[in-house]
Structure formats: structure tokens, C-alpha cells
Design a protein around this ligand. Structure first.
Ligand code: NAD
Length: 265
């Protein structure tokens, strides 16, 4: 059966990729595109996609009541994402959320909403399957190598630092690593030169145009180093994860946080 989907934030960098994903993937159909710009324009024409006309709408609630979709995919902004989730759930619609900035307190709220709505929400701060594997492999390595540092590299429009993925990786390493005490009293000649610290892990954030989303996890042990690196070369890298989330909606309950929960290891 075809899954009918609304993309919220359809004209954004990620939203556009999701619109294209739905168009090229059997079993999915874009039924509405919501954004705050180019209202009334045909999203497919704007993106150069050969597909039936879908006009851009400005109001998610209206788009839902017109089309009664199977799911909403949201890639908007941290400022509006909670409002969007509430709107979707109030209308009993399952949601796939890629927008970042959702806190633990927000998740508690979303859990309450899903119970009332009997709808499901999959939230993934990182939809790149390779990035999830990088985190898993890093946690495996951390059991055997007792020093680690993270370098995360992103495009220069990224607002937050370090990335959520870097923090999550450090948390996973800290859970299992027998960290050794630093043997030297470091002198930081330029403040921040050693990066920020999450537990025992130093995280360094690089911001440059030309980059998309990249991370290296460097491990040190006696007489050896190990480097685990993931590169999202373009935003299409996130689409297999979005597809997996849409396909998994039928099998999950309530709120699922993290793409890793949908993957088998
Ligand atoms: P973007 O700025 O290119 O796109 C955001 C879009 O949302 C814009 O078109 C904007 O007009 C629209 N928008 C803003 N408010 C809206 C509202 N109330 N209703 C509908 N549309 C609205 O940003 P982006 O690069 O596409 O990223 C979007 C979000 O996804 C960010 O939070 C980003 O951090 C996150 N992101 C997540 C992943 C992941 O794997 N989960 C990957 C990349 C980016």
C-alpha cells in the first residue's frame, strides 16, 4: 500500500531531498509540501522533478486536514519543531522528525502526546546510517583503547557546536572506557585549543564552507592509534535513514529516539 506523506519544511535543504526521495521511491507519495516561502508554487516544478503538481501550503494543520496523510516528515527549525509535532499528534498523524534541538524534557512531553493521540513519532538527530555505525564502532573500540578525542567538521552555516552526534559519541565512549588520568598539566596558550570536554573526551569543532557533515574519532593506546571516520558527502546520505524510519512506523510504538533503535546489530 502506498504511504502518503507530507513534508514539512519542504523547501529547506533537507526537505527538498525528502521530496525527491518520495518521488523516486516506490510505495511513497508526496501529498502535501509545507513551508513558509513560495506558497502556492508547485514544489515539483521548483525542484525540477517530473511529478504531478503539489502546491506548497503554509499551514501544517490545514495540509493534514486536506490530505489525511499516513505520516509527516519534519525538517524545519528547532524553534518550531515542538509546535509541529503537537499539531501532527493532535490530528493523530505519525511523524518522522529530523529537525534537531529536541531535549529530554521535550521527549517526555512528546511521549505524553503520543499516548493521548495513539500515534507514533520517530526522532533521529542523525539519519546517516554510516554515522550510527561510526558511533557503534567507537563504543566497541573504547573498551580496548583508553584515550579518545573527537573532531567534528561541518559546513559554516551550522549554528551549534559541538554537533549532537559528537556529544552522543562522547557519551557512548564514556559509558565503557576506562579512561586514564592525564599525566601532564596542560597549558592552553589559546583558550579552546584543546576543544571542549564531554566527560573524558575532548571534542574539536571545525566549521568551513565546502564541508557537509563529517566526524573523526581518534583513539590512542600503547604504541598504536585508531581512527574511525564518517563523511556525509551530500544530504542524500540521510535519505536511506529517512526511508527506514517511514517504513518502520508500522512496527514501532510511541516515541522512538535514535535511528540505531531501528537498526539490527
Ligand atoms: P533549512 O534552513 O535549509 O530548511 C528549513 C526549512 O524549514 C526552510 O525552508 C524554512 O522556510 C522551513 N520552515 C521554517 N519554519 C517553518 C514552519 N514553521 N513550518 C514549515 N516550514 C518551516 O535547514 P536544513 O538544513 O534543511 O535543516 C533542517 C533541520 O534538520 C535542522 O534542524 C537541521 O539541524 C536538521 N538536520 C538533521 C539531520 C538529521 O540527520 N536528522 C541532517 C541534517 C540537518
Amino acid at each position: 500500500m502506498t504511504k502518503e506523506v507530507i513534508v514539512n519544511g519542504a523547501l529547506g535543504k533537507m526537505g527538498q531531498e525528502v521530496v525527491k526521495l518520495l518521488n523516486r521511491t516506490d510505495g511513497f507519495k508526496l501529498v502535501s509540501a509545507v513551508d513558509k516561502v513560495d506558497i502556492g508554487e508547485d514544489i515539483h516544478k521548483l525542484l525540477g522533478v517530473s511529478a504531478p503538481v503539489v502546491e506548497i501550503e503554509s499551514d501544517l494543520a490545514e495540509a493534514i486536514s486536506k490530505t489525511e496523510p499516513d505520516a509527516v516528515v519534519d525538517f524545519t527549525t528547532p524553534q518550531v519543531v515542538m509546535e509541529n509535532i503537537e499539531t501532527g499528534l493532535e490530528n493523530g498523524i505519525n511523524m518522522v522528525i529530523g529537525t534537531t534541538g529536541i531535549t529530554e524534557a521535550d521527549i517526555d512531553k512528546i511521549e505524553d502526546w503520543t499516548e493521548e493521540a495513539e500515534a507514533k513519532v520517530i526522532i533521529a538527530p542523525n539519519f546517516a546510517v554510516g554515522a550510527i555505525l561510526m558511533m557503534k564502532f567507537s563504543q566497541m573500540a573504547a573498551k580496548y583503547l583508553d584515550q579518545a578525542e573527537i573532531i567534528e567538521l561541518h559546513h559554516d552555516q551550522k549554528l551549534d557546536a559541538p554537533s549532537g552526534t559528537a556529544i552522543k559519541t562522547a557519551e557512548l565512549i564514556n559509558e565503557v572506557q576506562n579512561a586514564t588520568e592525564k599525566e601532564v598539566d596542560e597549558i592552553e596558550k589559546i583558550i579552546g585549543a584543546r576543544g571542549g570536554e564531554e566527560g573524558n573526551i575532548n571534542i574539536h569543532s571545525v566549521r568551513l564552507s565546502g564541508l557537509v557533515a563529517h566526524q573523526e574519532v581518534l583513539f590512542g593506546g600503547v604504541g598504536q592509534t585508531l581512527k574511525i571516520r564518517h563523511d556525509s558527502i551530500n544530504r542524500r546520505s540521510f535519505m536511506p535513514g529517512v526511508k527506514l524510519a517511514l517504513e518502520s512506523l508500522d512496527e514501532v510504538d510511541g516515541v522512538v529516539y535514535g535511528l540505531e533503535k531501528l537498526m539490527e546489530f
